[in-house]
Design a protein around this ligand. Structure first.
Ligand SMILES: Nc1nc2c(c(=O)[nH]1)N[C@H]1C(S)=C(S)[C@@H](COP(=O)(O)OP(=O)(O)OC[C@H]3O[C@@H](n4cnc5c(N)ncnc54)[C@H](O)[C@@H]3O)O[C@H]1N2
Ligand code: MOO
Length: 399
């Protein structure tokens, strides 16, 4: 049985770049840049007043505390004439500071009467309350690197630097099929021995961190002919994700059906808990198929550990980096496998710690709903001590 690392290496060998597309800025959230992005001009593009107040020469306030007010400048306008010695202009936040002025004094620190303004601060520092042209970025400097996921502030920075459309990685197509006679669409109110299909929603939601949107299909029953029909369609997608039916039960037909469709298995079972019976294969067209064990937390774990790194690799993104936090309480485990467990981040005296949520095993999707993400209890360790640092993976990674 492979370790996680071995299994992941096999999977990553099949990652394929889906190509690039230029898309409008407003549709770029969580898309991945396919090129380095440069600033089109300096930012700020002009010396910008950072306060509502008066623009003046700081030297003019050495001998006198009052200046002549010659103009009221609003953001969006600019002041053409030269500012003469002894003069100031009223200025609003966001307006361009005239070339002759070197400082802005806030309205709170001044009093105006007619065309005179008296200043109550001294000395006045040159350069104060001005955001200088190019201090945030220079024209043609790199703003964002290829492979970066576009968050909302990055979208805003693209707007600041004049990018109405950007080149991003195309998205792989993904098909999701839940299987199992007991698994029913959420809209149906079945008897207690039926359960609702939650795995499709977990997978759809996790994929949306990468702007990948997939339809929800009705679950497929444990019937080899029905499974074959569904998977034959699903294997046209770049990535087919199946849940349920991969273990040793009488109705666990999934691996057999996939092999009957000429899908070559890469492996079946990994040294991981939950998610141990994971089956992964490759279609004749070189599309990848993940057949996940049906338990809800096994599905979510397999996504974080195997599918998400695969998608990131396809999109040209850097590998996931976990965060490290100390355990809030000790934890023991009995298996010799790497074990992922659902945790919340807990603030204790300004320190963040990882706290395991109450958890009844991989069928307990309610525990996952209460968790911020997963932490790893490594294979070789029987006990994680209180305060010991562990790797933490938030459900949604956007960078
Ligand atoms: N004799 C053995 N039995 C089991 C083993 C084993 O090694 N030997 N492995 C166990 C482990 S670990 C897991 S995980 C499960 C996985 O089994 P399957 O992939 O065959 O999954 P199912 O039996 O179809 O389902 C397991 C569980 O999850 C529920 N489920 C299934 N699909 C959904 C869905 N779409 N939404 C919500 N819940 C779902 C299903 O009702 C079952 O309760 O096998 C163990 N058994
Ligand atoms: O892989 Mo199973 O999810 O350990 O319970």
């Amino acid at each position: 049985m492979h370790t996680i690392r071995e299994a992941l290496n096999l999977i990553l060998q099949h990652s394929r770049y889906p190509g690039t597309a230029i898309i409008p800025l407003e549709h770029t959230l969580y898309r991945v840049l396919a090129e380095d992005i440069l600033a089109d001009r300096d930012y700020p593009p002009f010396n910008r007043s950072a306060m509502d107040g008066y623009a003046l020469r700081s030297g003019d306030l050495k001998d006198s505390n009052s200046l002549k007010l010659v103009y009221e400048l609003r953001a969006g306008d600019h002041f053409e004439p030269r500012l003469q010695p002894g003069e100031c202009i009223g200025i609003t936040t966001g307006a361009p500071v005239p070339a002759d002025a070197d400082t802005v004094v806030r309205v709170e620190d001044a009093a105006s009467a007619g065309s005179r303004v008296t200043f109550s601060v001294a000395p006045v520092r040159g350069g104060q309350n001005i955001a200088f042209r190019g201090e945030d970025i220079r024209a043609q400097d790199v703003l964002l690197l290829k492979g970066t996921s576009i968050t909302a502030p990055r979208q805003a920075a693209l707007a600041m630097t004049g990018h109405t459309g950007v080149a991003v990685s195309r998205l792989p197509s993904v098909a999701i099929y839940s299987t199992g006679n007991e698994v029913q669409p959420v809209r149906k109110n079945g008897p207690p021995h039926h359960i609702r299909d939650s795995n499709s929603y977990a997978l759809r939601g996790l994929l949306q961190s990468y702007a990948i949107h997939t339809p929800v299909h009705d679950p497929v029953p444990d019937d080899p002919a029905a499974l074959k029909r569904a998977f034959r369609k699903g294997m046209q997608a770049d990535i087919l994700i199946i849940s349920g039916g991969v273990s040793r039960g009488a109705a666990d037909y999934v691996p057999g059906v996939l092999e009957a469709l000429d899908i070559q298995p890469l492996f079946h079972r990994v040294r991981i808990k939950p998610g141990n019976p994971l089956w992964v294969g490759v279609t004749p067209a070189k599309n990848i198929v993940f057949a996940l064990p049906g338990n809800p937390v096994a599905v979510q774990t397999a996504f974080k550990v195997f599918i998400e790194p695969f998608i990131r690799s396809c999109l040209g993104m850097p590998p996931l980096r976990p965060y490290y936090f100390p355990m809030n309480i000790p934890r023991r485990k009995r298996t010799a496998f790497d074990e992922y467990f659902p945790v919340v981040l807990h603030g204790v005296d300004k320190h963040t710690r990882v706290h395991p949520v109450a958890y009844n095993g991989s069928g307990d999707g309610i525990a996952a709903a209460h968790a911020d993400g997963l932490a790893l209890h490594p294979a070789g360790r029987e006990t994680l001590e209180q305060q010991e640092e562990v790797a933490f993976y938030p459900w949604h990674h956007w960078f």
